[in-house]
Structure formats: structure tokens, C-alpha cells
Ligand binder design. Structure first.
Ligand code: ZN
Length: 102
């Protein structure tokens, strides 16, 4: 294996997997259709918005809603029409994520 994730990434993934499992067990049905939920979605504010607003743990269940993969894909497409390149919004500096993990 040449592309092992670093420790911080592994830590984040493990934490998110735990949150995800617990959240989906507590919220087994998609918020938008009768399918089983598969993805916790940050809603109505994105994870980045929550962090920008000073929320210390944006992965708390209160900031999430359960979605099935199909609804999640639809929602993602709706919020990003044509992808990022299609939106000539003001460019932001890429954010460092390591500081948020430790
Ligand atoms: Zn759905």
C-alpha cells in the first residue's frame, strides 16, 4: 500500500465512521424519501459554514440529516450546479483542515 492516509486522516475517518453509524442507526430513514438512510448530510448549514460560525463540533447529530445515496447525490448536484468551475464566485483560500482535527 503506497497511499496510506496519515494519522490525522485516519483519526478523522474513524471518528466520522462512528458518528455516521450511530446517526444512521438513530435515523434509519432518508429525510426526503422512504428509502433507508445511508449518508449523514450537514443540513441546513454545510460543515464549513458551521465551522465559520464558530460551532466547535459540526458533526453533532443536531447539524445532520439522514439521506439515502440517491437523494444525497441529487442534493449535492442542486447545491453545486455544474460543479465549482461553473460558479465564478469569489475565490477563497484553500482551508487547512489539520488544525480542526487535533
Ligand atoms: Zn432518499
Amino acid at each position: 500500500m503506497s497511499n496510506r492516509p496519515n494519522a490525522a486522516q485516519r483519526g478523522y475517518d474513524a471518528r466520522w465512521q462512528r458518528i455516521r453509524r450511530r446517526f444512521l442507526r438513530a435515523n434509519p430513514i432518508c429525510a426526503l424519501c422512504p428509502n433507508p438512510s445511508q449518508v449523514p448530510d450537514h443540513y441546513p448549514r454545510s460543515r464549513r459554514e458551521l465551522l465559520e460560525q464558530g460551532v466547535t463540533d459540526p458533526d453533532e447529530p443536531q447539524y445532520l440529516r439522514p439521506l439515502c445515496t440517491s437523494c444525497h447525490n441529487k442534493e449535492t448536484a442542486k447545491h453545486q450546479p455544474g460543479g465549482w468551475a461553473a460558479r465564478p464566485k469569489r475565490k477563497r483560500k484553500p482551508e487547512k483542515h489539520l488544525g480542526l482535527i487535533g
